[in-house]
Design a protein. Sequence first.
Length: 268
Amino acid sequence: MNVTLFGPLQVTDGNRTLRGADFGGQKPRGLLELLLLARGRTVSKEQLADQLWGDAPPRNVAGTLEHYVCVLRRRLSDDQQLARRILVTESGAYRFGFDEVDVDIDRFDRLVLQAEYADDATCRRLLGEAVAIVGGDLLDDAPYAPWAAPERDLYRSRVARAHLWLGRDAVLTGAHSSAVRHGEAALRFAPYSEEAFRIIMIADHALGHADLARLTHLRCRQTLSECLSVDPTTETENVATAIDGGMPATDLIEAFARRTLGVMLAAA
């Protein structure tokens, strides 16, 4: 059984796929999301009730939760023993049995962790596999669910960092079209990332598209001004000035490499 949390919630078991209303309603789906985001930890009925209903719980909280769990078990598997191993009942609580399923965010995390200790070529491969898993924002079919917000922010940051590493690597290895793609992908998860804007600007300049680099700089300025009421940093403005001044792409990339190395050494 495979569970997808990047993008809309989806559970696939063989030829059967559950999504949206297939989970038995908004509240049962919310319960499943809460247990999945707990990553195998036990969640008390009180915690579940607080998240699902806030100050307006049903008259019989325990009975309602038990009903939702029964609904989910029937939807998730025809094998009720397996279903009970997936949605595990504890004393006054429930947990999700991760031993029985493959979850996309777990695979993403494993690949990113392996990449941290790998050489550049292996890191490139592992992070490429990691970002390929990402089909969208975490639980993007539940944008207003309060329980999803912290994890959604966490994975936006993790996905953006992976794309930024791949973008930097692509600039330095001459894969400039790939650098543009990863820069744009990073912006989808971190829309105010000046590093992503700089990667796109430098890569477009190297591709001979100085006009596109200037448009990206303008987009950066407008985004930061309209959303954060700030100007780009000196580093971003220096890249724009170098492009406007006709600095050769090789020199700009060399300066980018020195800056990247300096940041890596400072973080070590």
